[in-house]
Design a protein around this ligand. Sequence first.
Ligand code: PEP
Ligand code: MG
Length: 325
Amino acid sequence: RQEQYRAVRDAPSTTRDGEKVQLLLNAGLLVDLPHIAETGAAGVGLFRTELQFMIAASMPKTAAQQKLYRAVLDAADGKPVTFRTLDVGGDKILPYMRNEPEENPALGWRAIRLGLDRPALLRTQIRALLNAGGGRDLRIMFPMVACVSEFDDARDIVNRELARLVKHGHPVPASVALGVMIEVPSLLFQLDEILAKVDFVSVGSNDLLQFLFAVDRGNARVSGRFDTLSPAFLRSLARIAERAKAAGKPVTLCGEMGSKPLEALTLIGLGYRSLSMSPASIGPVKAALLEADASELADFIKPLVARADGAATLRGEIEAFAAER
Ligand code: PEP
Ligand code: MG
């Protein structure tokens, strides 16, 4: 198997009918970086910056943050890296930060909410990112955005920090692209508005499934109850791909779903052309897509997802279709 994946590593990531599908990796620490070269990934689709904060004994200083971000950009060697700003709070607790116990931490004071309420923390991180990205193309993404104004506020912070660097004559990135995670269902009903403002979006299928079905992703008793291959979830994903295409904005999916070959093929059928996943999944997903036909997948999956017969999941039918090919 490993041999087989090594063989596909250098092949262009293209379906049989010539559709290019970008495969990126999810990372969060320095030890992840050699995987970029090993897997032949097109870049880092999700860099989870909170990991540095979670393994530290005290709040990482700007210099330490900057050092990590610069190392990531160096390792990527010109390939795109999407840095997600701190996604802490909820279950991702920083032991050195005072924390009020919360009844529903997943729905609580976390991610961009915390970032906007404590702008010093977000500002420091943005500053570190802008400094590390000096002279290069920088991509920053905000987690758990639930309404358009949160993106506006976060973008204002970036612009203020950029202006500050310029004023002091510091080097600035060659370009700064700003995006949001689509992982809170409220954004499904503000897609056109948010897409008009961002440079890109990335679907966090882990949290989107959790919040769409009201099912705690960390609770084994319920987490297996709803399927990413259910009509409700696939319709949500189809809508995102459709509206992003109409707006001309790139969309990636960076949740665990994209790491599974059957799910990845389903996403290609729904119009996704960029997936970010754990390093070990790039080989299997690539092997699957090299043998797939994107237009055949679309012809199969789109009517199936639109069919209204109350099915809880379409997994059996999608599996049967894949097995047949
Ligand atoms: C997600 O929610 O799908 C995601 C990619 O982010 P995380 O798993 O870090 O919450
Ligand atoms: Mg998430």
